[in-house]
Design a protein around this ligand. Structure first.
Ligand SMILES: NC(=O)c1ccc[n+]([C@@H]2O[C@H](COP(=O)([O-])OP(=O)(O)OC[C@H]3O[C@@H](n4cnc5c(N)ncnc54)[C@H](OP(=O)(O)O)[C@@H]3O)[C@@H](O)[C@H]2O)c1
Length: 241
């Protein structure tokens, strides 16, 4: 990876997305900062540029197909390349499985699943031009069926986040299937679990810092050619699906 790399981070105006953008900019990468709100996006780019980052704003709302298509055109025209896509943007929420509100669940799927898939599909032609593209889907260990099958595992305490959990399980499935499809094109696709990180996502209740949480996202974004694909990782290693 000698050439200057270009990364798009969705939902990069705050939280784990911002921290991931900051860290990749520190490596000298061109960082395309995806944000659904132009003002919040401008503010984030200004903060990144204060740190001398080569950061640029692109309007990108996962719930808006027009904005996704326009963002893909804009990145193609302005940068002509994309080496790494970090699918970070997402929303939380949910209830117990027996009580899950279906409208709320559809909305979780709209953003976390269909939005993420739509962004990936829109940027894939650009990623295919890169000699060593990477896609990182930000997921959660809550989505692990293996871990949740153990009644003593701590993640079973989070049963009330059913809608969110299933949306990330769907994304994990997307990771695996897409990774196999893209293997011949040398594009690596992995899911990252940042742990329980203090952000607006959980009203700051998380126990880890964004610096700690972004570590595995950055690692998967910067994988060497002999790195894994079709995997699910936290910073300690593989997570069981
Ligand atoms: N925090 C944790 O403990 C934790 C644990 C595991 C996984 N994760 C995952 O990590 C990712 C980032 O979470 P975070 O903790 O950094 O949360 P956050 O601080 O709430 O940031 C979420 C980001 O996603 C953006 N976003 C939400 N809906 C969007 C949409 N429709 N289109 C475009 N952007 C949208 C938000 O934009 P606005 O600012 O405009 O709302 C914001 O930039 C999520 O995928 C989350 O599921 C978080």
């Amino acid at each position: 990876m000698n050439e200057k790399m270009t990364v798009l981070v969705t939902g990069a105006n705050k939280g784990l997305g911002y921290e991931t953008a900051r860290r990749l900019a520190e490596l000298g990468w061109t960082v395309v900062t995806g944000a659904r709100d132009p003002e919040r996006g401008k503010d984030a780019v200004a903060r990144l540029r204060e740190r001398r980052a080569d950061a640029h704003l692109v309007h990108l709302d996962l719930n808006d197909a027009v904005s996704i298509a326009a963002a893909a055109r804009e990145v193609t025209q302005r940068f002509g390349r994309l080496d790494v896509l970090v699918n970070n943007a997402g929303i939380g929420g949910g209830q117990l499985p027996s009580q899950q509100d279906l409208a709320a669940m559809r909305s979780l799927f709209e953003t976390n699943v269909y939005g993420t898939i739509a962004v990936t599909q829109a940027f894939l032609p650009l990623l295919e031009r890169s000699p060593a593209a990477r896609i990182v889907n930000v997921s959660t260990t809550l989505a692990s069926l293996s871990l949740a099958s153990d009644p003593t595992h701590r993640i079973t305490q989070w049963n009330e986040l059913f809608g969110y959990t299933v949306s990330k399980a769907a994304i994990n499935s997307f990771t695996v299937r897409l990774a196999h499809e893209l293997r011949p094109k040398r594009i690596k696709v992995n899911s990252a679990c940042p742990g329980y990180v203090a952000t607006d996502f959980n009203q700051g209740r998380g126990v880890r810092t964004v610096e700690q949480g972004a570590e595995i996202i950055v690692r998967l974004a910067t994988l060497p050619d002999d790195g894994p694909t079709a995997g699910f990782f936290d910073e300690r290693g593989r997570v069981e699906w």
